[in-house]
Design a protein around this ligand. Structure first.
Ligand SMILES: [Zn+2]
Length: 508
């Protein structure tokens, strides 16, 4: 690649292979003991919360975790490279953001907060993303990952790059985070291009056919899935809903199945979208895709706000997952509490993870905010304090997100043999003073301000107030410059940008 605005990989493309990296080292294992943690949320099948706990980390994995005395007895005389005092610290599995747009991180607080979803997407978000360059995307991904690590997010399902996913992979390499990414594809442009969209942008954004889109997505999966020692997964990601044909929705799920990976797309994101779908096809979006055979266990539906009771059972039968984004729903008025069936989905056995949807739709990349919202919104709306409790909120932010990412055999809970991806909370902090039940304190009292450290793959990526491996001041400076220029290029600083839409209402 001619452009040199972001660091290129020093080695050829076959270095992406995880096997190559795993088979080389003959070094003795690095062992860390963190002892006497005040609490440990294991988020195992019984939601165990230990008090006075210790954890042993060997290289990238959890070698042992349990009550401090038991761990001590099991490792009597054992040698550790590093011993940390866990008193006044609490441990929690790293958060998994089940739906985020890393390529949109430069659009913080650009679009109005009083528009319905479709006008917001078609007349504001799309013209902005049409102006996003590869350089913008690289710095946006670095900025977003930095925010995630500061907020305890250790893994994500990113909707994908508008260019080559290698841009995001490079940002992941620099920061050390884990995640799913891909190439964000669509194939169904509107009949007439609205203001702010150019022919060139439409050509860049929309593949000429589902077949062409799927060929490109397959090439991306083959190139990047398993990169960086397995920290990167690459999926068959598409935008979903109106900008994608039925053929692309179904084809993405089938292709992902054939490649042994997942797929994710937006669907049933608002009641308007469901009504437009009903008007055109006589059924709601999830039913429409299912009748064409496209709903499967490797699919993560982003939002899933407009879902009927029958569709809840259908999702459970098919094993499809849902990424619920509370902040995005709040900001755009998607109706999570009015029409959303997230508690019913959980009761029916559907895996519901939590997503932020990124800074454009939600304003932040903070899973703790999503946990706080989800642990209260359904209780309040239904006047039932036992609906979607703090316990379920923590599961949604960790193990259920890991299940959505099809990664729960390695992440999402603190169990022996799993990856050492976790957060340490500083309990000598006003937010934790005093507390009795750590779960309630985590969800209703604490914020990310008390996160002391974020670990991924046994490495400390955030500590002492700094994300390591990056120059945060430089990222902030660069992001400010690039974002201001993109807003100008997209014309979003001007008067008269549409606030309603009729796009896709009829025709394609
Ligand atoms: Zn989204």
């Amino acid at each position: 690649m001619a452009a040199s605005f972001y660091p290129t990989m020093p080695t050829p493309t076959n270095c992406w292979s995880s096997k190559a990296e795993q088979s080389t080292p003959e070094r003795s294992p690095m062992r860390t003991l963190i002892e006497h943690l005040e609490f440990a949320f294991l988020v195992d099948s019984r939601d165990t919360v230990l008090r006075d706990a210790s954890i042993v980390i060997e290289n990238d994995r959890i070698l042992d975790i349990g009550p401090a005395e038991e761990v001590r007895a099991r490792h009597e005389g054992g040698k550790f490279d590093r011993v940390m005092d866990g008193r006044m610290l609490g441990i929690c599995p790293g958060f998994v953001d089940s739906h985020v747009h890393l390529s949109e991180t430069l659009s913080r607080a650009v679009f109005p907060d009083n528009l319905n979803t479709r006008a917001w997407v078609f007349h504001w978000a799309k013209p902005f993303y049409a102006q996003i360059t590869e350089e913008d995307e690289y710095w946006g991904a670095l900025l977003g990952i930095t925010e995630m690590l500061r907020n305890g997010t250790t893994c994500f399902i990113d909707m994908g790059s508008q260019y080559d996913p290698g841009i995001t992979v490079r940002a992941m390499e620099k920061t050390g985070i884990r995640g799913v990414t891909g190439r964000h594809a669509a194939d169904n442009p509107p009949a007439e291009l609205p203001r702010g969209w150019t022919e060139e942008m439409a050509k860049h954004h929309f593949f000429p056919s589902a077949e062409a889109a799927l060929a490109e997505l397959e090439a991306c999966v083959r190139k990047y899935d398993g990169a960086l020692g397995g920290r990167v997964r690459c999926w068959v990601n598409i935008e979903g809903k109106e900008p994608c044909t039925l053929e692309l929705h179904v084809g993405a799920q089938k292709l992902a199945e054939r490649l042994g990976v997942g797929t994710t797309y937006h669907l049933a994101t608002s009641i308007e979208e469901a009504k437009v779908c009903e008007g055109k096809y006589g059924m709601w979006p999830i039913t429409r895709i299912d009748r064409a055979g496209g709903i499967g266990s490797n699919l993560v539906i982003a939002h899933g706000a407009a879902v009927s009771d029958e569709e809840v059972s259908l999702l459970a039968r098919r094993g499809a997952k849902v990424a619920f984004c509370p902040c995005s729903s709040f900001k755009l008025g998607k109706g999570a509490t009015a029409i959303g069936k997230y508690p019913e989905m959980v009761a029916a056995g559907v895996t519901v993870g939590l997503g932020t949807d990124g800074v454009s739709a939600a304003g932040n990349m903070n899973l703790m905010r999503q946990m706080l919202l989800v642990a209260g919104m359904f209780k309040d709306a239904r006047m039932k304090p036992d609906v979607f409790t703090a316990r379920q909120a923590l599961r949604a932010a960790t193990i259920d997100g890991a299940k959505a990412a099809m990664w729960d055999h390695e992440i999402g809970s603190l169990e022996v043999g799993k990856k050492a991806d976790f957060i340490l909370f500083d309990l000598d902090h006003i937010e934790w003073t005093p507390f009795h039940d750590p779960l309630q304190a985590l969800v209703f009292s604490a914020s990310t301000a008390s996160i002391a450290q974020t670990w991924v793959d046994g490495q400390v990526l955030f500590s002492e107030g700094k994300v390591h491996g990056v120059d945060e001041a430089q990222i902030r400076r660069k992001a400010r410059e690039l974002a201001a220029a993109a807003v100008k290029r997209a014309g979003l600083h001007e008067e008269g940008v549409e606030t309603t839409t009729t796009l896709y209402d009829s025709g394609n």
